[in-house]
Design a protein around this ligand. Structure first.
Ligand SMILES: [Zn+2]
Length: 280
């Protein structure tokens, strides 16, 4: 395990004033901050998986020092001139250090080159507007050009409502890019992480070749609260979990974060189109 992982707890466990200890949101036990990243942000008492930022995801997944980011400066043009939108974006930028909700680039995983993208729920709820859509398509095109697999960690609250129809267009655009990957015989692997809903679940994330989900993640189209309010019904417990989606054929495998890395390496070794050429 790399020693330089970021240990900020912005999206993870609850902060306590001293800074060295955090509290697990699920079981309430205290966690020693320096151990949190070594534990992959999984509670060692109850197994609760904290949400990861895109940077944390890259740090625990890519080979150390191998990630090369592309298009880090890309920003939305605020196509609808939506009131207050630019101010909200600047606030998220200042707080999170990203310019939108998806980070992409190329890295290696156990030496295997991949086109890699990670979404960040802390930036505008991981919502997909023009920048997320464009970056996803560029990651897909890069994987086609380089003949390397595309690996995407998806978490999202859905479409970016401040970008209106431009945001909805990204659903078609990203799904078309997955079609291009299929025709080029380049593999696309997606990992559902907590939470994954709405426009991202209903577009590129649902049409990957291999769909992995982290255990206990909330996964579904409309969120449970939206359905209960709209239809005035009470949903059964667990109706929006990765496990439920697995039972109903929407997910190929559900794993704990501790099992994820070896699984990804195994899959990448099997599907990487360039592996044979590299070995020669
Ligand atoms: Zn816990």
């Amino acid at each position: 395990m790399s020693q330089h992982r970021p240990t900020d707890n912005r999206s993870g466990a609850e902060a306590v004033p001293e800074g060295l200890w955090t509290k697990c949101r699920q079981c309430g036990n205290m966690l020693y901050q320096p151990e949190v990243s070594d534990d992959l942000y999984v509670c060692r008492h109850c197994g609760h998986h904290s949400r990861l930022t895109a940077r944390q995801r890259i740090a625990i997944t890519a080979d150390e020092g191998s990630f090369r980011e592309h298009d880090s400066a890309m920003r939305t043009s605020d196509p609808l001139d939506f009131p207050g939108y630019l101010e909200k974006l600047r606030e998220d930028e200042a707080q999170i250090g990203l310019r939108d909700a998806l980070v992409w680039g190329e890295c290696t995983i156990d030496g295997i080159p991949v086109s890699f993208a990670a979404m960040d729920f802390s930036f505008r709820g991981g919502s997909m507007g023009a920048v997320v859509g464009e970056k996803f398509v560029r990651a897909a095109e890069h994987s086609i050009e380089r003949r390397i697999p595309l690996l995407v960690f998806a978490c999202s609250g859905g479409a970016r409502m401040q970008e209106g129809i431009v945001s909805l267009l990204q659903m078609a655009k990203t799904t078309a890019a997955v079609g291009q990957m299929g025709r080029a015989a380049v593999p696309f692997i997606v990992v559902y992480t907590d939470p994954l809903t709405a426009g991202v679940f209903a577009s590129f994330a649902s049409v990957a070749d291999i769909v992995i989900a982290e255990q206990q993640s909330l996964v579904g189209f409309a969120g449970p609260r939206v359905i209960e309010r709209a239809f005035k019904i009470k949903l059964p417990p667990g109706s929006h979990t990765a496990e439920f989606q697995f039972e109903h054929g929407m997910v190929d495998i559900v794993v704990s974060r501790r099992e994820l890395q070896p699984l990804l390496v195994r899959i990448l070794r099997l599907v990487s189109p360039r592996r044979e050429a590299d070995a020669e």
